[in-house]
Design a binder for this molecule. Structure first.
Ligand code: PLP
Ligand code: COI
Length: 341
């Protein structure tokens, strides 16, 4: 298969239309058989539930070319399960896990020419999503839904790749206690747009959200979980019911324990203790692991000893091991890698 003529190394995290996407419609209480289509446009009524009341959820995962030339995805079963959780919380029908995995396989296979080559620094980002598609004017769930999954080749989420970023402590809240912060609902991102644009206008790369109830505990950013490293090399990640259960973060905690022999702890993290950590990073599918060099809290700076030039040593080991597993250089735990045939 011949690859597309794309300058893989200069891709940012942007949308590029690819050849095929998967579509399935839910009507009269059942999903149809689903199929691949070349049509990248969605046509829905002006009164669709997604347009009026934002009834939508989504996922994000990647396909990689391994060192030995296979195309693989990383733990897509966990994305399927998380999308089921999101759907339930939003009164949407569940798109079954087996169907989700089949859609991933079909879309990656049909767009194999867009899967960036091994070593290019780019990957194929997959975006499964679902939305209420029929007319609702009273506040209630739609009766009809569409599940879609498209693919787009991407480079690093933050410009500068693995260079440490600077973030600010945000005065806006991301998720209420007992709200929707733990699911991947589109609405969680709509309300973060003002905060992220304000952060950018002030010269920051991202926002650190604190817990909405007490504003004393670290939650996450708009699109990634936090990992911290203590001065005695323990990996720590915030535990909260209002953050997204990141698949990357869950994987990194396993990597820390089982590959690197480090202690790894998921617990409440108070903002007051952040100044004592040795390293900080953002982790997620899009972010992979993006090192944080500096956090600014209303003019007060926390500068991590790892500095602004490169990742800290433990973050680097986590990054190398995780990407090594994803790219087939390091043996993966059972069930983490799904090969696309
Ligand atoms: N937190 C938020 C708010 C996100 O949008 C994402 C991205 O999916 C993550 C965390 C990271 O999750 P994952 O590692 O499953 O991609
Ligand atoms: C991801 O990492 O897949 C995300 O969804 C984060 C962001 C692009 C919304």
């Amino acid at each position: 298969m011949e690859k597309k003529n794309i300058d893989w190394g200069s891709l940012g995290f942007d949308y590029m239309q690819t050849d095929k996407r998967y579509v399935s419609n839910y009507k009269n209480g059942a999903w149809d058989a689903g199929c691949l289509t070349s049509d990248a446009n969605v046509v829905i009524t002006e009164c669709a539930g997604v347009l009026q009341y934002s009834q939508s959820c989504f996922e994000g995962l990647k396909a990689y070319t391994t060192e030995d030339g296979r195309i693989v995805t990383f733990r897509p079963d966990l994305n399927a399960e998380r999308m089921e959780d999101s759907a339930r919380r939003l009164e949407m029908p569940v798109f079954p896990k087996e169907r989700f995995l089949e859609a991933v396989d079909q879309v990656v296979s049909a767009n194999a020419a867009y899967v960036p080559p091994y070593g290019s620094g780019a990957t194929l980002y997959l975006r499964p999503y679902m939305f209420g598609s029929d007319a609702v004017i009273g506040v209630k769930p739609s009766h009809e839904y569409q599940f879609r999954l498209f693919a787009t080749p991407v480079g690093p989420y933050f410009k500068g790749g693995a260079k440490p970023i600077t973030i600010r402590v945000c005065d806006y809240d991301r998720a209420a206690p007992h709200g929707t912060g733990h699911i991947k609902a589109g609405l969680n991102y709509a309300m973060s747009l003002y905060a992220i644009m304000e952060a950018h206008r002030e010269g920051y790369d991202e926002n650190m959200y604190l817990d909405a109830a007490t504003r004393t505990k670290v939650e996450e950013t708009g699109g990634a979980n936090f990992i911290f490293v203590t001065r005695d090399q323990k990996v720590v990640t915030p535990k909260s019911n209002s953050i997204l259960p990141s698949i990357t973060r869950r994987s990194l905690m396993d990597v820390a324990r089982n590959y690197l022999g480090l202690e790894a702890e998921e617990r409440e993290v108070y903002f007051d203790e952040v100044k004592d950590f040795a390293e900080c990073g953002l982790c997620g599918t899009a972010a992979v692991i993006s090192p944080v060099g500096k956090i600014v809290d209303h003019g007060k700076e926390i500068c991590f000893p790892s500095g602004m030039e490169k990742m800290g040593p433990v973050t680097q080991k986590l990054y190398d091991t995780l990407t090594g597993i994803q790219m087939g250089r390091i043996k993966a735990p059972e069930g983490w890698i799904r090969e696309i045939k």
